[in-house]
Design a protein around this ligand. Sequence first.
Ligand SMILES: Nc1nc2c(ncn2[C@@H]2O[C@H](COP(=O)(O)OP(=O)(O)O)[C@@H](O)[C@H]2O)c(=O)[nH]1
Ligand SMILES: [Mg+2]
Length: 240
Amino acid sequence: MGCGLLIVHISSAIFDCSAPDLDSCPDESLPEFAFIGRSNVGKSSLLNLLSGELDLARVSSTPGFTKLINIFTMNRCWRLVDLPGYGFAAGARKASARFNQAVSHYLKERTNLCLVFALIDAGLEPQEMDVEFVGWLARHAVPFVLVFTKTDKVTPAMVQSNIAAFTARISPWFEKLPAIFTCSATTAQGRQELLGVIDESMTAIQAESEPATVAPGGLPAMVSKAKEIRKRRPDLSRPW
Ligand SMILES: Nc1nc2c(ncn2[C@@H]2O[C@H](COP(=O)(O)OP(=O)(O)O)[C@@H](O)[C@H]2O)c(=O)[nH]1
Ligand SMILES: [Mg+2]
């Protein structure tokens, strides 16, 4: 099956596996797009919204419920990855550290990781943990966009004011701010835009690949290009 133009229409969404660490993740043969953010921010709900399968990823009202790297394959061509949330409740310190390490390894070393969706609750003023985490992504040159979630819960004015406050906090770290999106898993707001981002990202990788290798073996060429792009990143040590 060709993968180039079939992103937005998802005809198959399959649970691949739950991995406790990077070594347990499946091979790096498919481009991956990962969701990260604090527990309860709406990662699993957004993954379900994008995939069109409401029961694909487990949605929980208990913060910290998803403790594994959950990997899903779309159209047999690319993957969505539901990463463990950061910011577990007190009492889960040890587990929290372990998950952070798995997530840190994944974000820094997963060579087929194309883009991270860093989720932030649109209804909240900037949270230190989110600000710090975005700083970490920037320092490690992890490619990411910001997605402000649960826009249905607050007024548009509140969403805009929280986004402005957040970008004011992170802007000193960036020459150019990361792209910003909003979404609601309840109203499906933002779905097409986010699928468009995935489409653009895969198209960009494809465009950077050798024209001669794209035609017959499009996907392998794209993955090896994504890996090459990742190798160009600075090798910085883990901050947590
Ligand atoms: N109103 C509203 N609730 C949401 C939205 N997204 C998630 N939720 C709820 O927030 C809770 C946590 O969602 P979940 O997707 O499990 O968050 P995760 O821990 O980041 O994976 C659940 O009760 C969801 O139903 C949204 O866009 N709007
Ligand atoms: Mg979850």
